[in-house]
Design a protein around this ligand. Structure first.
Ligand code: NAD
Length: 476
């Protein structure tokens, strides 16, 4: 498929959008056409239909697992529960996973799963039945395993579903010593890792922090550097949206608007995301939050703000609303929230888009850490924490002795503290986001015709995947 200009643009479906972004970036590389075609193609698509007994009736459930690229194994990607799930959507999401993993140097191929169900109104018992049956279908076809394909949470799923997947997998593989690494995003009690639940949102904030640290780039947007004081609007108060808003507090950014399915709320003085989340949980709606104005959930995305974080679903910013978006930066918490048509409009308005394959890569990065933890059978920090604390304590004692001065109890605790699992996870995540942005920005600045961060990010990823194929000698 050729790259389309704004004038030629038609609305792409989600998979076509990803292909379009790929083609645009690939045109800046010199790899053979066949190799690029191989990189773009989904390697395996598994569609299944299975029965689930609900009450006295049976329901046929449609589900998918797509492994986009086997250039690295295992493949990796979340599982989505939504009544809108379809094959091209799962293929698009699986493709994005390949480029995301390559970009952040997570040594996996991309994959994604989807079950076409609406979770609203389904009891936990029925959801458990569906999840366990889906896992059994994956096991039958060798589509799950620590070295084969490792699922994780996505839209509509979380650590509860991952615990069901793990338990089903282990019942089929009771003696597999590495079995716990068959899925990530598990509860900590089930060998999950601290920091995974918040990782995608935290990664979005680290990405924003990095992007906003460059004066030249911020000057072009008419913004100051740093996150402090920046106004933010978030679409979707689920895993990604909530944690993005929550972590933004650490950097003094101000969330002024939130959109959910039932509507939006706006308060120019700032919203406390934790309190808003509790309000929604208790009342069943985001609306009528004390002190905030109720708004239409689409219109709220068009309000004045520095940063817009779409963190719900794909295609939310498209040719119908892109002209009205006033944000100067769009941070793609969701996968594929901006269509190519919308992107062309936004770029012409000088909006900086932080692309999904970079912006929301925190989730898969910490999933990788969880997988490593499961394979090594030891919690990060366990072996060295006490040793580090003793060494740092001795050093401080010596400094105090030599200077004759004593540091406060608080300062001593801070200096002596040995790294816990959460410290290691969050610092590994931040380092990954910083390093990856350095690579993207370098390409963005190097090629005169690369006008956007998405194309630059895809170029970085394509180079890495293509070089992996070339090293394997598949294309001598
Ligand atoms: P989630 O189910 O936890 O939350 C999504 C939220 O969006 C829900 O609260 C839902 O009610 C809301 N929503 C749906 N339609 C909406 C609309 N039209 N307007 C406003 N809100 C709407 O899902 P999630 O895990 O946060 O995933 C969100 C997006 O982030 C998806 O695109 C997913 O692929 C992507 N993502 C998730 C992860 C992860 O670790 N969970 C990692 C990377 C990317």
């Amino acid at each position: 498929m050729s790259v389309q200009t704004l004038e030629q643009a038609k609305e792409f479906n989600f998979f076509e959008s990803v292909e379009n972004y790929f083609d645009k970036a690939a045109s800046f590389t010199k790899f053979p056409k066949g190799l690029l075609e191989q990189i773009k193609t989904c390697n395996s698509v598994y569609k299944m239909n299975f029965p689930v007994k609900i009450g006295n009736d049976y329901r046929v459930v449609e589900a998918y697992r797509v492994q986009h690229s086997h250039h690295r194994v295992p493949t990796k990607g979340g599982i989505r529960y939504s009544h809108k799930v379809n094959q091209e959507e799962v293929m698009a999401l699986a493709s994005l996973m390949t480029f995301k993993c390559a970009l952040v140097d997570v040594p996996f191929g991309g994959a994604k799963g989807g079950i076409k169900i609406s979770t609203v109104g389904l009891s936990p018992m029925v959801l458990q039945k569906i999840t366990r049956r889906y896992t059994a279908e994956l096991i039958k076809k060798n589509f799950i395993g620590p070295g084969l394909d490792v699922p994780a949470p996505d839209y509509g799923t979380g650590e509860r579903e991952m615990a069901w997947i793990l338990d089903t997998y282990l019942s089929f593989h009771p003696s597999e010593v590495e079995g716990y690494a068959c899925v990530t995003g598990k509860p900590v009690s089930q060998n999950g890792i601290r920091g995974r639940t918040a990782a995608t949102g935290r990664g979005v904030v680290y990405a924003l922090k990095e992007v906003c640290s460059y004066k030249d780039d911020m000057d072009k947007l008419g913004l100051a550097t740093g996150l402090a004081g920046k106004t933010v609007i978030i679409q979707g108060l689920g895993n990604v949206g909530y944690h993005t808003g929550d972590v933004l507090k650490e950097f003094d950014a101000k969330v002024i608007g939130i959109a959910e399915r039932e509507g939006g709320i706006y308060d120019e003085n700032g919203l406390d995301v934790t309190k808003v989340f509790k309000h929604r949980k208790q009342s069943g709606s985001l609306l009528d939050y004390p002190g905030a104005k109720n708004m239409d959930n689409k219109l709220i995305m068009e309000m004045d703000c520095d940063i817009l974080v779409p963190a719900a679903l794909e295609n939310q910013i498209n040719s119908s609303n892109a002209h009205n978006i006033k944000a100067k930066i769009i941070a793609e918490g969701a996968n594929g929230p901006v269509t190519p048509e919308a992107e062309a409009i936004l770029l012409s308005k000088n909006v900086l888009i932080i692309p999904d394959i970079y912006c929301n890569a925190g989730g898969v990065t910490v999933s990788y850490f969880e997988w490593l933890k499961n394979l090594s059978h030891v919690r990060f920090g366990r072996m060295q924490k006490r040793f580090e604390e003793a060494t740092q304590g001795n050093l401080l004692d010596m400094v105090e002795k030599m200077t004759g001065k004593t540091v406060s109890k608080r300062d001593r605790e801070m200096v002596v503290h040995g790294a816990d699992e959460i410290d290691i996870v969050n610092s590994g995540l931040e380092q990954t986001m910083v390093e990856s942005y350095t690579q993207i920005r370098e390409v963005w600045k190097k090629y005169k015709d690369v006008e956007d961060l998405r194309t630059a990010a895809f170029i970085v990823s394509i180079n890495k995947v293509a070089n992996a194929y070339l090293a394997m000698g598949v294309f001598p």
